[in-house]
Write a protein that binds this ligand. Structure first.
Ligand SMILES: [Fe+2]
Length: 233
């Protein structure tokens, strides 16, 4: 039997990933068109351009081990239900991809969790990213889109990273802090832009928080909690 022949699931996964990337790109281009400032608008257009260049084919080395699950995955179904006011086709594509998603945690937080319950309420999955990063559905060296999942009332305290980042929110009730704050609630479909090294924080409301993130620039350097993490407490 020729090991190069893909399992039928691979075709479904690739087709759904193609749909997901196209829908997300459309959302980002729409947000760029509505952005009040040219800087963030140009950044969004660059994210959309890079997203359109992602090859949705399976990684050449395959997916290897089964997808990794974390404690936070117990909130996955509830998070999808809470995303009912986000674009339905985008959420449906994400739900279809669910069984193939492998979940990870920032090793800096695993070594020094910000609070006793954080690691049970936090995780992310990489949709596409560098070949030497966490398992992803596709490989890309320039862009790393993924999904953040937080359990109810989880507080992801102030942190920073050199990558340029945007979040595309899927669930309501989440609050976001950037730079000097204050906390701002973002509805489903909001785009939040973080320039390199700006400190930012997120906290979930009474339901799980689900948000798509995208990184470009330095994809290698993990986020670190900032020393003044209490400022957004
Ligand atoms: Fe971030």
């Amino acid at each position: 039997m020729d090991g190069s022949i893909s399992h039928p699931d691979s075709f479904a996964r690739c087709a759904t990933l193609t749909t997901f990337l196209a829908l997300l790109g459309g959302e980002l281009r729409g947000a760029a068109a509505e952005a009040a400032e040219e800087g963030p608008a140009a950044s969004l257009r660059e994210f959309a351009r890079l997203l359109g260049a992602v090859d949705p084919s399976p990684p050449a080395h395959g997916w290897g081990t089964p997808p990794n699950r974390l404690a936070v995955c117990r909130f996955w179904e509830a998070a999808l239900r809470a995303a009912r006011n986000a674009p339905s086709a985008l959420v449906a594509a994400l739900e279809t991809l669910g069984p193939w998603l492998s979940w990870a945690q920032n090793p800096n937080y695993r070594r020094h969790p910000p609070d006793a319950t954080f690691l049970d309420h936090y995780g992310y999955t990489v949709i596409a990213g560098p070949v030497d990063g966490p398992p992803a559905l596709a490989v890309d060296r320039w862009l790393a889109p993924g999904v953040l999942l937080l359990g109810p009332h989880a507080h992801y305290p102030l942190h920073a990273h050199p990558a340029v980042e945007i979040y595309y929110t899927l669930t309501p009730g989440g609050e976001w802090w950037r730079d000097e704050g204050p906390w701002r609630e973002a509805p489903p479909g909001a785009v939040i832009h973080h320039p390199p090294n700006v400190r930012h924080a997120t906290r979930a409301g009474s339901s799980p928080l689900l948000a798509i993130y995208l990184w470009r620039g330095d994809l290698e350097t993990h986020a670190k909690l900032t020393a003044d993490g209490g400022a957004a407490g």
